[in-house]
Design a protein around this ligand. Structure first.
Ligand SMILES: [Zn+2]
Length: 402
């Protein structure tokens, strides 16, 4: 057994002062075997020869998960490049990348590695990676990114989404999506804006859902379209999800249309998404983020993600999911102890140490020993203050520390 000792664990909430709920903690030790938690004790029952990691009194958090990250077309890890202004949003960005994708290929391995170092060093132990498959680059990015990810499998788990950035229909017209579905790393098929990029909502969604059904993959549709058009597309995605019996296997990234709706409309859509088991990924943009706490309260699984970090779409991004969760909390006024703590769930695929009622949910024996240790008094404190010091543990091994 390997022991992680001297860690602070949350044990419940102190409700004795009605308006001033505090988090209760205690010091503990975790016994780990084969990368899995075997036992949680007040003190380590150390046997001779057993290895010990000293947690330095830091708070134990579940390792973070990035549910939407691009590793194949950024500037990060290369020389600095700001964004070149364009007139026409998504369409112009696609035209722009058609010009550089092949030139970028040579440097993709070192840039992908630099991004992994950044995001994993901040505490992520799971990456759902979007890889361009398009008529320009074919499957070349897929091979390149997969090779880099494999080299990092000692420090994180990963899945790969085949992402037809230039349009589902133009990419599948050349057979690239069918070809990509056969790759062993691929777990999901992507898509984007069925109306404004593919120009045919039904043909686009049918192609995506047919591929997912034929190859038993999940779906991630990047929906930038706003207003009633975006809401209509979201309804059609929910219809297709139910028709194909893919509840729980579909996610929508961005969903900007939800940001310009009334609360009543958002709640109606949230209930629809919840019934169809459709999750929402959001980077929490300052201007048009969907109301994530409102979606969560109405049963939608919500993931706060990095997406792109300093690429041709945006010069920003720290690669720190804890900071993104903090931004969500700040933007949507989640300021009390329990609301702040719940925001962590958006970067851990739903895992929080305590439930809203204060019941201990995590960690439990049998859980993977994937942790982030931070100098904080509680999850709420970590979400609000975003401490820079992190010790990242994957399968019981320290994989980064700062
Ligand atoms: Zn993206």
């Amino acid at each position: 057994m390997l022991w992680l000792t001297n860690i602070k664990m949350e044990t419940g909430y102190d409700f004795s002062r009605q308006d001033d709920i505090r988090t209760k903690t205690q010091y503990a030790a975790i016994g780990i075997e084969d990368g899995v938690i075997r036992t949680i004790e007040r003190k380590a029952a150390l046997k001779e020869g057993e290895a010990v990691i000293d947690g330095q009194g830091y708070l134990l958090l579940p390792a973070f998960a990035d549910n939407h990250l691009h590793l194949d077309k950024g500037h990060y890890g290369g020389s600095w490049q700001a964004v070149v202004p364009v007139e026409n949003g998504v369409r112009d960005r696609i035209r722009e990348e058609e010009g550089f994708l092949l030139d970028f290929l040579e440097h993709t391995p070192e840039k992908a590695q630099a991004l992994i170092d950044l995001v994993a060093g901040n505490g992520a132990a799971f990456l759902k990676v979007q890889v361009n498959v398009d008529p320009v680059v074919g499957l070349k990015n897929l091979e390149s990114v997969y090779n880099v990810l494999k080299k990092n499998s000692h420090r994180l788990n990963f899945e790969v989404v085949v992402f037809p950035q230039h349009g589902t229909l133009v990419t599948e017209a050349k057979g690239w999506l069918t070809e990509a579905m056969k790759h062993p790393a691929v777990t999901a098929i992507g898509g984007l804006d069925p109306a404004t990029i593919d120009g045919d909502i039904e043909a686009s969604l049918k192609t995506i859902f047919d591929l997912a059904a034929d190859f038993q993959k999940q779906i991630d549709i990047h929906l930038h379209d706003g207003g009633t058009l975006g809401m209509f597309e979201m309804h059609r995605i929910a219809d297709y999800t139910e028709q194909y019996h893919m509840e729980g296997k579909v996610q929508i990234s961005h969903g900007f249309c939800l940001a310009d709706q009334s609360e009543e409309e958002i709640i109606g859509m949230a209930q629809r998404l919840s019934r169809a088991g459709i999750a929402i990924n959001s980077t929490v943009p300052l201007d048009n983020a969907p109301n994530l706490p409102l979606l969560r309260r109405n049963g939608v699984k919500v993931h706060v993600v990095n997406d792109n970090i300093n690429d041709h779409w945006s010069p920003f991004g720290t690669g720190d999911l804890l900071q993104r969760a903090s931004r969500a909390a700040e933007k949507f006024d989640q300021v009390d102890e329990r609301s702040l703590a719940q925001c962590l769930s958006m970067v851990t695929r739903g895992v929080t140490p305590l439930s809203w009622e204060g019941e201990l949910l995590w960690p439990k024996p049998g859980d993977a020993a994937d942790f982030v240790l931070v100098p904080a008094e509680s999850t709420a404190h970590a979400v609000a203050r975003v401490p820079l010091e992190r010790v990242v543990i994957f399968r019981g091994q320290v994989v980064s520390q700062r």
